[in-house]
Design a protein around this ligand. Structure first.
Ligand SMILES: [Zn+2]
Ligand SMILES: [Zn+2]
Ligand SMILES: [Zn+2]
Length: 88
């Protein structure tokens, strides 16, 4: 498996980045079914929607403690660290 930095071309790094990226569990938000601006959990592959929708990616992160999400499509996204509150 690729690292997140390889996958998305992230320029930064932090202690929370997992070493490898799990496969996405779905191709739409697992809570509300939104397929628009979805966010993937870098720890478990959970798929959730962004904060301008129902914010299910953030809800997942706060409930599980999984720290890092990334946007899709792969390569066109971003990596966000919740504990650091910044893009990587
Ligand atoms: Zn971090
Ligand atoms: Zn949602
Ligand atoms: Zn997760």
């Amino acid at each position: 498996m690729q690292t997140i930095k390889e996958l998305l071309g992230a320029t930064g790094s932090c202690e929370h980045l997992p070493p490898t990226v799990p496969a996405a569990q779905a191709n739409a938000c697992q809570e509300c079914g939104s397929g628009f601006n979805i966010r993937l959990c870098a720890t478990c592959g959970h798929v959730g929607c962004c904060d301008s929708q129902a914010g299910h990616a953030r809800t997942h992160a706060s409930e599980t403690g999984h720290p890092v999400i990334y946007g899709t499509p792969k390569g066109g996204g971003f990596v966000w660290c919740y504990p650091d509150n910044r893009y990587l």
